[in-house]
Design a binder for this molecule. Structure first.
Ligand SMILES: Cc1cc2nc3c(=O)[nH]c(=O)nc-3n(C[C@H](O)[C@H](O)[C@H](O)COP(=O)(O)O)c2cc1C
Length: 191
């Protein structure tokens, strides 16, 4: 079985829904075992998480976009990953990422770009969404990849939405399909 870890933070529950959709998509792929690792409000992971990450064939990073970047809790995790970095322990693992924010754009790409840089520091192999954007006149807001992420999966939760209301349904489906793509790639290349 190919091992996939999803390591993510969510301050208020919206990105947690996106993470759950990524997990659902990844788990739908035969041959993939998916473990969610939730970064808590203090920026810490469960004790066994680092062993799970060490054993993973692929790691998917997730965070809300706060002030144009990943949350400080995610950054605390990223800084703590300097320990495996010293040994290049994550070298050649597959990496991917997702983020959610209130605005349609909201500078989400800065967060995805940070994940890419983190993955490159670890010598990982980045995989994007592989999805075409829904950007024709006929496109509607809940089409898959309406927000047109290629480097990573992106979602919008309107600023006054509860986690039940946001991310919007099309963005959750985008997250599902993204999770499935990453898992299929990990199974094909590492399984
Ligand atoms: C400190 C802070 C900074 C934020 N910065 C941004 C931002 O740069 N761009 C944006 O579109 N939304 C921004 N937002 C809105 C959040 O991204 C949005 O509410 C998101 O759904 C929160 O996800 P969460 O519930 O997983 O924490 C910010 C929210 C907070 C609390």
């Amino acid at each position: 079985m190919a091992q996939i870890a999803i390591v993510s933070h969510s301050g208020y529950g919206h990105t947690a829904r996106q993470a759950a959709a990524v997990q659902e998509g990844a788990a739908s792929v035969e041959g993939a075992t998916v473990t969610p690792l939730v970064i808590d409000a203090e920026g810490n992971l469960p004790d066994t998480a680092w062993e799970t990450l060490a054993a993973a064939d692929g790691i998917i990073f997730g965070s809300p976009t706060y002030m144009g970047g990943a949350s400080w809790q995610f950054k605390k995790f990223a800084d703590a990953s300097s320990r495996p970095w010293f040994a290049q322990a994550w070298k050649d693992k597959v990496a991917a990422g997702f983020t959610n924010s209130a605005s349609i754009n909201g500078d989400k790409h800065s967060t995805i770009h940070y994940f890419i840089t983190l993955a490159m520091q670890h010598g990982m192999v980045w995989i994007g969404t592989g999805m075409m954007p829904a950007n024709t006149k006929a496109a509607t807001r809940n089409d898959v990849n309406y927000l047109a992420g290629s480097a990573g999966a992106i979602a919008q939760s309107p600023s006054d939405s509860t986690p039940d209301e946001g991310p919007l349904p099309g963005d959750l489906e985008t997250a599902r399909q993204f999770g499935a793509r990453v898992a299929a790639y990990v199974v094909k290349t590492r399984g």
